[in-house]
Design a binder for this molecule. Sequence first.
Ligand code: KG4
Ligand code: ZN
Length: 330
Amino acid sequence: MILSFDTSCDDTSVAVLKNDHSYSNIVSSQNEIHKKFGGIMPEIAARNHIQMIYSITEEAIKKADVTMEMIDYVAVTTGPGLMPSLLVGVSFAKSLAYAYNKPIIAVNHIEGHIFAPFINRALIFPFVALIVSGGHTHLFFVKGVGNYELLGKTVDDAAGEAFDKVARVLNIGYPGGPVIDSLSKQGNPYRFNFPKGLSKKNTLNFSFSGIKTAVNNLVKKMQSLSKTDVIDIAASFQRSVIDVLCEKTEKACTEKGVKNLVLSGGVSANSLLRESFKIMAEKNGFTLFMPEKEFSTDNALMVAKAASLREADATYDYAKIEADPRFKIY
Ligand code: KG4
Ligand code: ZN
């Protein structure tokens, strides 16, 4: 039984994994707080983690109907992420583990996303994984737990970051991903042709800063935007990003000769992206694994899942567990 924490970014999350079909997973979103800034303020995120973490932990334990005595391991995201935010979760988890004499497991946040689709499913290796979030756009060849080959990554903005920045330019709200996702359903995705960064180049790397600039320039040029203009820009932007994500991932699977495909991270909650990946997987005979939408965005249950695959890393040497904003898994 694992009690897990994720405070890598702006969401405070605590989960209890009892077994693959029984768990609690509490996520306290800070979206309302960061909305007015149009992005995450690290210092403010950390302060809110401090305010929330105790009550969220009580809630997760209560909902799972367990006591601290019943917990076998404590697990916590130690990186990558925002240092002030990570420090809150790491300090809290370490204190709790020490007080109750429980071993602790340090988890990499990206590894959490990689295994999120397997929260209530059997694990299959090898697979190609596209992790698309607010901070990451990474393509991995996953041969086993801890055995990751980086095939490609963004050379500038992450895909989720591009959604958030474009939403800010269009003045439609924060976080941008869910707003663009729902607005685009009524828009014309072929009205504007935005650049598809690095799509013509023979590389599995991505680039999303060009499309963000193109949207910015178009908005300046058009001066005043009607509601239809905004919706069409959102839909056209979303189509271009999804086309590139699909094309590169398909190429990665073909090059590696891999039939299992994982799509995960916050942006994997996007309905068109999920649909496009389903179609691409079906066309190629790939088996596609995606997290339930609630496990696409940041949550502590994926941290518990990753920890459950790393029991050998559990330690009572609490001094060894440190926040590391640049914690790499490849
Ligand atoms: O994984 P996540 O919760 O946090 C990070 O690790 O970064 O991802 C958050 C990102 C944000 O950029 C948000 O706009 C994006 O995921 N996102 C979406 C959707 N839901 C969240 N992007 C596109 N469509 C969505 N439905
Ligand atoms: Zn994340």
